[in-house]
Ligand binder design. Sequence first.
Ligand SMILES: Cc1cc2nc3c(=O)[nH]c(=O)nc-3n(C[C@H](O)[C@H](O)[C@H](O)COP(=O)(O)O)c2cc1C
Length: 455
Amino acid sequence: MTSKVRTNMPGDKNQKMILGAFMQAANCSNYAASWRHPETMSDFLNAEYFQRIARILEDGKFHFAFIDDRLAMPGIYKDSVKDSLLHGVRVVKFDLIPIVMAMAMSTKNLGIGATYSTTYHEPFHIARLFATLDHMTNGRVGWNVVTSLNDEEAQNFGLENHLDHDQRYDQADEVMEAIEGLWDTWADDAIILDKDKGIFADPNKVRRLEYEGSYVKSRGPLTVPRPPQGHPVVMQAGQSSRGRDFAAKWGEVIFAIFKTPEEGKSIGKDIRRRAEKFGRDPKDIKIVTAAYAIPGTTPESATKKMELIESLATTTDKLTLLSELLNFDFGTYEMDHKLTPEELDGISGSRGLAEHFMRGDKEPTVSEFIEASNRGTIQELPVFCGTPDNIAEDMSEWFTEGACDGFMIAATHIPGAYEDFVQMVVPQLQNMGIVQSEYTTTTMRENLGLPKPLR
Ligand SMILES: Cc1cc2nc3c(=O)[nH]c(=O)nc-3n(C[C@H](O)[C@H](O)[C@H](O)COP(=O)(O)O)c2cc1C
């Protein structure tokens, strides 16, 4: 079979499709109901659970695992965590950093992207943490930069309310300037380690940062030498216009959710256009989108698997997760209540996503909101269901048409969904020559075809 090539994308026409895994640091995936799947592992409060997933992904030559995060248990819905706990709606969220280390220690090539909030962590702390991780993993770390979403998170960090949407991004711009500045306080060759002369490092190659913005102040230098990747790979998923500007300014792997290739092409065009405005080369931006893959030996067996998976979601899952995402308590209204523009003004989480769900409807009911968002169901993301051949064909079409540079595969059950994907779909994609069959480089950045940032 001849290799497929891409026709209308910036950069290398022979670039391979990026494969990432969209994970949570818990026994569920983006699909909260996945913990109820009969084949999902229940023994997850240990490192081996995450290491097993990491090894499966590495067997499938995934570029990276990507771990989502929130700094609070879902508790916006009915102003309580009771339903979330009772129904297991993403209540466990381990700290990601030890998980990154556990996964990295059981693999050699897999990249690992971890979410960390610019709103609730000091830039010096983030810079030091990710620089350390990058050294400990020999350059296999990515940082998913988020500004966080809701008041529950604010209240865990001593605040009453979450910062205003655009203000969060203004602050995040400063955090990024400070962090990238801190990573660059050391030159790559600053360490000399000449025992005979007693010289450890060249002081001319390590500088203070002296960063002072309206929100952020950090003097530097960082206490960690320059990361092996220069900067850990910067990942971002802003969806609103302000969020897209932020993503286009800083992001290298941009995580965008869309349901059709056409939508993907238009989002990609928009983000790359914004990136050019910031003086960036559009080919240094990789756009990945999330999807579920449900392969079966026959189309009928795949459909049967999907029906079981879909049956696991409950209305409570949907309302809890929608309230969490939009920082808005849908539990105070009846399902057929029409939300007025004034009520909708109270949405202060992901505004980009809220507008997307409303699709121009000025007064959607709660039910319509749930239905349009598909929150808490697998339909929230595109679902590729069928034989491995069908799935590989669909994915390759999205990729070669230029809808995305790759996919974040979300699991319907864990780790079985990744085992199925790696055993059934990856070989098909490899036969098409569309995904990598081996790791040919060392760092996550090189593997993604991203340049090392100059100091
Ligand atoms: C696919 C995707 C994944 C995201 N992952 C996280 C996450 O793990 N933690 C988080 O706090 N926000 C996450 N977000 C939220 C965004 O980073 C962003 O902060 C949010 O969408 C609000 O900005 P916006 O109004 O520009 O969309 C995610 C968003 C998307 C679309």
